[in-house]
Design a protein around this ligand. Structure first.
Ligand code: NDP
Length: 452
């Protein structure tokens, strides 16, 4: 094969931008990863010769489809659904499904791209994918949600399978939605298989899966702190979001002796000066998950707390920040505010919650910064274990799985350390470490397959 002229980072990104017009989130995610990869492969001709990075930023396929459903007033509603299968070099495609009005091709391509590196980093044999719809579950009745999920799966079923692509939950998709989709898959195919993860315990779900992403991102913070001889004990923590990831992050912060003082949703954030304890957290879980309520209600129920409408929690002084809501929720100014207020550590429960300028500020300030693709990988790792249990027709117990989650997060942390060392210092660039560790395994598998 001919030796290629090396394309530089700027030229490469120009091409990505040109080929993906109107897809800012995807271009942002590629830019963040490619910066580190270009540096790493500078002297590794084989990756250039086989155009590995160029191939990785072109998803294997993007399936787009119409989802029709009927609302409670008998109106016909039309939504768009997608499944982005980014790369299956190291295992079947795997990644969540998101239902949110902001979902589009760009958002799902960014998430599927990130997922490819994240899944590789877990050490499990899983490829990367993501899917979803611009359907807004907010304000919909139980039956409307059910009809939408069934219609969504009526198309999706032909693209997924236990050895092909195994979706899971994400924003707007929890155990209830997974139940409806699994039911429809089973009905259409007449197969009971591990095609989705995050299932109910009664039908093949795994213990600890619900908690895994939130718990995992706190373990990741703990691992970073321990490497510096510190612990979570007594640390003031600011958390954004109030869904699955955020509430379980708060739960683990409580277990490890930290003090969580904020939660948020798309309308604003609550600050509780006394800290969110387990009892208050149970109220939030019930209120947000089962009653589908707003976080502002918290301030009316619990004394010593206040609601800040239309704001994010990053101005509250803290030692550790856990962004657990959505992408680009920490901009450059927010990052500077956190640093100025003494924040020492950021561990991302959400995917790409920090914009590029914010990441630069965290790195320059020498913060312990755990990017989402490492810090929130506990969820997909546990999903991998749900797949193993389904394949073996087994169900592991809680203690076993809690222990496995801790080990998986430690393994992810250590892989980042191995690849992310900063020359001349004992500091770790966890972004670089996770990007390179995630890349190498996928890239080497792609080399083995030749040009496909
Ligand atoms: P949920 O739907 O359970 O909760 C999402 C939370 O984020 C809600 O509080 C929601 O508020 C808030 N939110 C969503 N969009 C916005 C927005 N545009 N602005 C402000 N707040 C917003 O989702 P999860 O907890 O499952 O997911 C949260 C994040 O974690 C996502 O980035 C997801 O990709 C990531 N993640 C999730 C995994 C999982 O296992 N569930 C695995 C790995 C990553 P509101 O109620 O007002 O919409």
């Amino acid at each position: 094969m001919a030796v290629t002229d090396h394309v530089g980072y700027a030229e490469f990104m120009e091409g990505v931008q040109k080929r993906n017009p109107g897809q800012p989130e995807f271009v942002q995610a590629v830019g963040e990863v490619a910066e580190d990869i270009f540096d790493f492969i500078a002297d590794k001709e084989i990756y250039h010769e086989y155009q590995i990075l160029r191939r990785l930023v072109e998803p294997d396929r993007v399936v787009s489809f119409r989802v029709c459903w009927e609302d409670d007033n008998n109106n016909i509603r039309v939504q768009r659904g997608w499944r982005v299968q980014n790369n299956n070099a190291i295992g079947p495609y795997k990644g969540g499904i998101r239902f949110h009005p902001t979902v589009n091709r760009s958002v799902l391509k960014f998430l599927a791209f990130e997922q490819t590196f994240k899944n590789s980093l877990t050490g499990l044999p899983l490829g990367g994918a993501k899917g979803g719809s611009n359907f807004n579950p907010k304000g919909k009745s139980e039956h409307e949600i059910m009809r939408f999920c069934q219609s969504f799966m009526t198309e999706l079923y032909r693209h997924v399978g236990e050895d092909t692509d195994i979706p899971a939950g994400d924003i707007g998709v929890g155990a209830r939605e997974i139940g409806y989709m699994f039911g429809q898959y089973k009905r259409i195919t007449n197969k009971f298989s591990g095609v989705l993860t995050g299932k109910g315990l009664e039908f093949g779900g795994s213990r600890v899966r619900t908690e895994a992403t939130g718990y995992g991102c706190v373990y990741f913070a703990q691992n970073m702190l321990e490497r510096r001889g510190q612990s979570m004990d007594g640390k003031m923590c600011v958390v954004s979001g109030s869904g699955n990831v955020a509430t379980h992050a708060v739960e683990k912060i409580i277990h490890l002796g930290g003090k969580a003082v904020t939660l948020s949703d798309s309308e604003g954030f609550i600050f509780d000066r006394y800290g969110i304890d387990q009892e208050k957290l149970e109220w939030v879980k019930e209120h947000k998950t089962h009653r589908r309520g707003r976080i502002s209600e918290y301030a009316k129920v619990f004394k010593g707390s206040e609601f800040h409408a239309g704001k994010r929690p990053w101005s509250v002084p803290c030692q550790i920040a856990f962004p657990c809501a959505t992408q680009n929720e920490i901009c450059g100014d927010d990052a500077r505010t956190l640093i100025g207020n003494g924040c020492e550590c950021v561990s991302e429960g959400a995917n790409m919650p920090t914009a590029l300028k914010g990441i630069r500020s965290f790195k320059d300030a020498g913060l312990l910064y755990g990017p989402g693709k490492a810090a929130n990988a506990g969820g997909v790792a546990l999903s991998g274990l749900e797949m193993s249990q389904n394949a073996a027709r087994l169900s592991w117990d809680e203690d076993q799985l809690q222990q496995k989650l801790r080990e998986l997060m430690q393994g992810i942390h250590d892989r980042c350390v191995e690849r992310g060392g900063i020359a001349g210092s004992d500091r770790i660039d966890y972004v670089r470490g996770s990007n390179i560790a995630g890349f190498v395994k996928v890239a080497d598998a792609m080399l083995a397959y030749g040009v496909v």
